[in-house]
Design a protein around this ligand. Structure first.
Ligand code: SF4
Length: 71
């Protein structure tokens, strides 16, 4: 799977980091609030559940999981 985030819409809530710190971090930006940082764009299958939770609970719904067969 591949992780895609829409940085334009990310507002740094850090829910993604709480759900899956192996894949997501949050860092300060010049815009006055933090934004997500994808640490691993191609996480292993054993992280799928955590990545799915991050995508599900992201308040702005900016995390997309693209399946390998769609790449
Ligand atoms: S939870 Fe969503 S909006 Fe918040 S930092 Fe993570 S990706 Fe961005």
């Amino acid at each position: 799977m591949k992780i895609q985030v829409d940085l334009e819409l990310c507002q740094g809530h850090s829910v993604c980091l709480e759900e899956c710190p192996e894949v997501f971090d949050v860092a300060e930006t010049d815009e006055g609030y933090p934004k997500v940082l994808v640490l691993n764009e191609n996480p292993a299958e054993d992280l799928r559940e955590k990545v799915q939770k991050a995508a599900k609970f992201c308040p702005n719904h900016v995390i997309t999981i693209i399946e390998d067969e769609c790449l």
